[in-house]
Design a protein. Structure first.
Length: 266
């Protein structure tokens, strides 16, 4: 039996037998649910629909993130609702994030998010899943957030927005476009020394309803206090749309995620 095949069999067996994900890897997962309301239709035919925003963040631990393929999908107990997304580990951040939007989530059910990862260059396959009660999202309950599987190694201390109108006209002609300048304050978790983070890389990405993947926002490094302030610009923002800000901070050999929901103000 080859070494690669032995690793493949061992990892597949470990993933198949585990009832919940292993936070230490080789794929460290974070699962979050966020209740919101999404409008369908327009004008007098507009219908408000409760939705559950499901976010899965996975990190490559012990393997180079390059040459990877990830398939993530969710299932609901006793329901035909499902969703699938594909992606790959970012080579610098070493993680990948997937968002699913489930309308009218059935009450009293269990959410299971499964992820399957292939590291092509070393011939390794890994599969595991995370299960949690499905968030009780209704029109009367739009503030439920279950972040129990997200760690506190990195935190978003605040998200602020500044609205501007920019003239993009040429040759004396004027054409104006709105911009939302988003500033994110990122910090280390309260239980860990800043020196673990000082000088290490930090990224801020964002997701808006309608996007398939997260858009790159800004990058930087933590200062000596383990803090960072990063800003990015959203061009022609949809006023009132949900904005999901994702920060990824490195410490040691790991990359820890945190995300925060806001409403676009511009």
């Amino acid at each position: 039996m080859t070494t690669a095949l032995a690793i493949l069999i061992g990892l597949t067996a470990a993933g198949a037998s585990s009832a919940s994900a292993d936070p230490g890897g080789p794929v460290a997962p974070s699962l979050d649910q966020h209740c919101a309301v999404q409008n369908s239709g327009s004008g007098p035919m507009t219908i408000a629909i409760p939705v559950d925003r499901i976010t899965l963040n996975v990190e490559s631990v012990g393997y180079a993130p390059a040459n990877s393929t990830i398939t993530a999908f969710y299932t609901i107990s006793g329901s035909t609702k499902t969703g699938t997304a594909t992606g790959a580990f970012d080579t610098a951040r070493k993680n990948a994030t997937f968002n699913f939007s489930m309308s009218n989530p059935p009450p009293g059910t269990t959410l299971t998010v499964t992820y399957q990862v292939w590291w092509h260059d070393v011939g390794v396959y890994y599969s595991n899943f995370v299960s949690a009660p499905l968030a009780p999202c209704t029109l009367d309950n739009t503030t439920y957030v279950d972040a129990s599987t997200w760690n506190d190694y990195v935190t978003v201390a605040g998200v602020s927005q500044r609205c501007e109108t920019v003239d993009i006209g040429v040759g004396g002609r004027h054409a104006y476009i709105r911009e939302d300048i988003v500033t994110v304050n990122v910090a280390h978790g309260s239980s860990y020394w800043p020196s673990w983070y000082a000088g290490r890389s930090v990224w801020v990405d964002y997701w808006i309803v309608g996007q398939k993947t997260y858009a790159s926002g800004a990058s930087g490094v933590f200062d000596s206090d383990g803090k960072a302030t990063l800003s990015f610009v959203i061009t022609a923002p949809t006023t009132g749309a949900e904005l999901d800000v994702l920060a990824s901070g490195q410490a040691g050999s790991r990359t820890f995620p945190v995300h925060s929901w806001a409403t676009i103000a511009c």
